[in-house]
Design a protein around this ligand. Structure first.
Ligand code: ZN
Length: 557
């Protein structure tokens, strides 16, 4: 009944709009979508932007000089395109910057070989070359979990040891770690994968995820739109006397520091030489020994040789550097000023910061390049936006959406405690899932928001854009649009073809320029430029939840 009412209302609204005076409607140019397509097909800057953000300024770890240089370059580039008000906006990261400046690790006995490794961020260097015996520390894992294996071939899941069990084990090996390189954990068995990764979303899957009617489509019943992964539920069951993987790792860090180990080695646990290296969670190098993540193949080889009873000697030279000035980090901002509604704002962006073991092309230099491009297309096509268009390239995303949360808090506040800018904000568009073309989007707000965007983008079916669905979730999640949702503002997150994101590039040492599909990202820029145009030009801003409909606030995670 309610749904039908809304449909009738929509028809009535269209009829009403067609009877508005000509001046109120002439701002929407019906040829705009073809002009956007022409500009991108003839003058794309997107791969040039990507080259600078990755090859020249990558990696872009939050707080590092590279990140700041990349942000400065992006502002300079957008200023050259004719954007106004380009600047870096500081926020308090609270930790020094860090970068790895030299890294070589070899096995020197019983055979000589170079080893493939990455440094863990915010850990110390080795202070020169060290040549040390290796030891494989295998902490107790606790009882097996009944409900099956952990993902990625890591064998059966375990509940973790109690603190007493872990301490008893560590006491027994204290002398064996002194002055050594310590491989932490038994090698992870990664089975050969005979199932090719998803690559493209099928049309059926895109329909189930982004079509407004899919909720009632029996064929979509197992495609799980909007449902959580269930990981939270598993965590809630964790017995309180058992240590989590993170707790065990932290205890081992303290143990290795106090027993003067010289190097910690973690198993990357992924196939084909892939390494994901995150950070020391304390951001304090004094809390850990020099730490590297080693490719699974090298880790397994060393562990197997040690298990034979044959000593292994490793040589390592790691130079890491701290940058105290990194305690202040920056979001990069530039605008295309609006005209008759210039105090109202449409934002678009992605995070410019990356992890440090590659140049962060799919995560997320390409998202920044696509958003810069979408705004550039409108500028180059001669659009004079009614509302101000503002590009924001965030930092601190990888450490917990920190840059965008700080920005939203400072500029907009929340639905419960708004600033004066809150009411003047129309929407924020975000891309952050790799190189795949955009296939759909979700928007925080009442169902009408999704309908308005869906209608605006209906002519992009040829580019495989399926639709827009509403979300009511204010939980912060995988990317910066959720910082806006969290405040009760219309965050618009695009969903993309997976391509190699989950299987190869997301957070890995393989995330480079070569992994970008130019046709896909150019099509994404076209669809997003068209969305941006509508949000900047339509008479009304996106409807918001009323105070009574607004979902309750959720603390940022
Ligand atoms: Zn990302």
């Amino acid at each position: 009944m309610r749904r039908m009412y809304r449909r009738l209302f929509a028809v009535a609204a269209v009829l009403a709009a067609s009877s508005l005076p000509f001046s109120a409607q002439e701002r929407i140019d019906s040829s705009i979508n073809s002009r956007i397509r022409t500009e991108e097909s003839q003058h794309s800057e997107i791969m040039h932007t990507l080259h600078y953000l990755t090859d020249v300024y990558g990696p872009r770890l939050t707080g590092s000089p590279n990140h700041k240089a990349a942000a400065e370059w992006a502002v300079k580039q957008m200023t050259e395109w004719g954007f106004a008000n380009g600047h870096l906006e500081p926020w308090d990261f609270g930790h020094p910057g860090w970068s790895n400046e030299h890294l070589e690790v070899h096995m020197t006995a019983p055979v000589h070989d170079a080893l493939v490794v990455e440094a863990l961020a915010w850990t110390p260097g080795t202070n020169g070359t060290i040549t040390v015996p290796a030891f494989n520390l295998v902490p107790p894992e606790g009882p097996e979990v009944e409900s099956g294996a952990t993902p990625g071939g890591r064998g059966p899941a375990h509940l973790g040891p109690t603190r007493t069990e872990l301490q008893a084990y560590l006491d027994g090996v204290a002398e064996k770690v002194h002055g050594r390189a310590v491989l932490v954990g038994k090698p992870i068995f990664v089975p050969v994968n005979l199932d090719p990764p998803a690559g493209r979303m099928t049309d059926e899957a895109a329909h189930c995820r982004f079509d407004a009617e899919a909720a009632n489509d029996p064929a979509c019943r197992n495609q799980g739109r909007g449902r959580g992964s269930g990981a939270g539920a598993a965590r809630a069951d964790h017995p309180s006397d058992r240590l989590s993987t993170r707790d065990v790792s932290k205890a081992i860090d303290q143990f290795l520091v106090s027993n003067k180990a010289l190097l910690r080695i973690n198993d990357a646990g992924r196939p084909n030489g892939q390494i994901v290296a995150f950070s020391n969670a304390t951001y304090d190098p004094a809390q850990t020994v020099p730490t590297i993540v080693m490719r699974n193949e090298d880790y397994g080889r060393i562990a197997r040789i040690l298990a034979d009873g044959t000593p292994v000697t490793l040589e390592a030279n790691i130079v890491n550097r701290m940058y105290p000035e990194g305690k202040t980090s920056y979001n990069a901002i530039a605008e295309i000023p609006g005209t008759d509604k210039k105090d109202e704002v449409v934002m678009l962006g992605g995070h410019l910061d990356s992890w440090h073991s590659a140049t962060g092309a799919t995560d997320n230099a390409i998202g920044c390049a696509v958003m810069m491009e979408a705004a550039r297309i409108l500028k180059a096509a001669g659009v004079t936006p009614r509302r101000t268009i503002r590009v924001a390239l965030w930092s601190g995303e990888e450490e917990g959406l920190l840059g965008s949360l700080a920005y939203v808090k400072q500029h907009f506040g929340t639905a419960e405690a708004p600033t004066s800018e809150f009411a003047k904000f129309n929407g924020y568009l975000n891309v952050d899932s790799g190189t795949g073309r955009v296939r759909g989007a979700s928007v925080f707000g009442p169902d009408d928001d999704a309908r308005i965007l869906r209608e605006a983008l209906a002519s992009f079916k040829d580019l495989k854009f399926e639709g827009v669905i509403p979300t009511r979730s204010r939980a912060t999640g995988g990317t910066d649009s959720t910082s806006f949702n969290n405040a009760g503002l219309p965050g618009i997150g695009f969903g993309q073809d997976p391509i190699e994101y989950g299987s190869h590039t997301h957070h890995t040492n393989l995330d480079t320029y070569e992994r970008i599909i130019e046709n896909d990202v150019r099509d994404s820029a076209v669809v997003i430029a068209a969305t941006l145009y509508q949000l900047a030009m339509q008479d009304a801003m996106l409807p918001r939840f009323s105070a009574t409909d607004m979902p309750p606030p959720v603390a940022p995670r």
